[in-house]
Ligand binder design. Structure first.
Ligand code: GLN
Length: 245
């Protein structure tokens, strides 16, 4: 099958506000892993004040950031809450990292100040903890046949999942969502959140390809097979990450 005919569109939500610890590398990974397969990728930076048509994108990404940026991003996200829910209902892939992940839930309550409202795509909520969770994380990911996912966390937020929202990863190392329930990240339909920075996708190519497959299925309404790439470098990065203490 000639994949040159396929394309996906990515909305990068508020890169001017939420984009720390290499999170942009996730967009680069999706773009490269598509381009290497002849799949065209269009990327639009959705900045503060922008409105967008949910039909226009198959993939939405929002990175991490500190509380101040989260307050500003929350205001913008809430202006687009219905559009994001419509996108999620239409099976668009939505990936949020750390601060962005927290805003995909119902709210993030910082230690000081007002509660920061989220868009409620994930049935989850976050409250700031007194301890900062920093370190290497790994665990099994049910979404990709329990393949191991590895990465780095740096957050003080404690996230609790409710209802039908499942963890992205069943933890074997690290603090994860709240340091207690051995869950990391979240998934509901094609909405994903994770605390893993780094970025997460380059060294977890199975997960990256899974998200690409979901985005293609959203657009073309059928499974589009992805041919294998030479992931020698990615697998080396994955293995090195697994060895970190
Ligand atoms: N401010 C949030 C927290 O500390 C998110 C931080 C981040 O995005 N790294 O939990």
């Amino acid at each position: 099958m000639n994949q040159i005919d396929f394309s996906i569109s990515i909305a990068h939500l508020y890169p001017d506000l939420l984009n720390i610890y290499g999170d942009l590398g996730n967009i680069v990974t999706i773009k490269n892993r598509c381009s290497w397969r002849g799949i065209e990728v269009k990327i639009e930076n959705i900045k503060s004040g922008y409105r967008f048509n949910p039909e226009d994108f198959e993939f939405y990404f929002i990175g991490g950031g500190q509380d101040t940026q989260q307050v500003l991003a929350s205001v913008e996200l809430l202006k687009n809450k219905e559009r994001l829910h419509k996108a999620a209902e239409q099976n668009a892939v939505i990936l949020g990292i750390c601060g962005g992940y927290q805003l995909l839930g119902h709210y993030y309550q910082p230690l000081k100040g007002e509660r920061i409202e989220g868009v409620g795509l994930l049935d989850a909520y976050t409250v700031a903890g007194k301890k900062r969770f920093i370190g290497n994380v790994r665990g099994k990911c049910p979404s990709v046949d329990y393949a191991t996912i590895t990465g780095f966390e740096n957050h003080s937020g404690l996230t609790y999942l409710k209802g039908e929202t499942e963890p992205l990863i069943k933890l074997s190392k690290g603090f994860g969502n709240n340091g207690k329930d051995r869950k990391e990240g979240a998934r509901y339909k094609n909405v994903f959140g994770t605390y893993l920075h780094g970025p997460i996708l380059p060294k977890n190519p199975k997960f990256a390809d899974y998200l690409i497959s979901l985005a293609l299925k959203k657009k073309y309404k059928c499974e589009i097979p992805l041919f294998e790439l030479d992931d020698e470098i990615e697998e080396k990065a994955h293995s090195s990450s697994l060895k970190l203490k």
